[in-house]
Ligand binder design. Sequence first.
Ligand SMILES: C[S@@+](CC[C@H](N)C(=O)[O-])C[C@H]1O[C@@H](n2cnc3c(N)ncnc32)[C@H](O)[C@@H]1O
Length: 216
Amino acid sequence: MRNSMSGFTLRDLEYVESLHGRLAPVFAKMDEEGARGDIPIVGTSVGRTLSVLVRAIGARRVVEVGTAIGYSTLWMALAMPHDGRVVTIDPDRSRTDRAREFWSEAGVADRIQVVSGKALEELPKLRGPFDLAFIDALKPEYEGYLSLVLPLLRDGGTVAVDNLLWSGRASGAVAADDESTNAIRSFNRRFVSHPQLDATILPVGDGLGVGVKLAR
Ligand SMILES: C[S@@+](CC[C@H](N)C(=O)[O-])C[C@H]1O[C@@H](n2cnc3c(N)ncnc32)[C@H](O)[C@@H]1O
């Protein structure tokens, strides 16, 4: 195995962040509210990566599993054209109602449709094709989400999945043997060798899986 990872430090990450301009104030408010309410939302680096992915593949239709207060949704919606649409699924209405306020503040609420329900029940009701899917909800259900999302993606469409390094627990760098950790390990093996995907896990945030759906 040849590996060119050179052990970057927190300072390197801060350096990269410092190159970017200031975030729109709405992002800071969401960060603060997420931290205060102990709501796990993706970090800025994952948000930026999702934004780049949306633009790279020219995504006009996105499906998201796990909305919370709408932080990752907002990064994707802002990167889409005016007629782009994000369908985002979450059963927690108190969170998605709050998300809608943030999206309105950012001027993109009309690009986002919330489906209030459980993803394993709601995904089969959606009609594709979607250009991009982002998975970020219950870890033991990740394999189920992937199975339901793949038929909805167009060929060449992309699936992104959060938390695949699971704070060091997936690799065993941090010892763990709980249901979510074992589910993530099993998911990762399936994800990177999936016959319908060219996929890998980027060391961005808590490990961002990215896979492109192969043409049959
Ligand atoms: C990690 S948070 C999502 C964070 C969001 N993607 C972000 O970064 O801004 C996970 C969300 O999944 C939601 N959730 C829980 N069970 C779910 C289910 N069965 N289907 C879809 N979402 C679910 C939770 O309510 C929670 O808001």
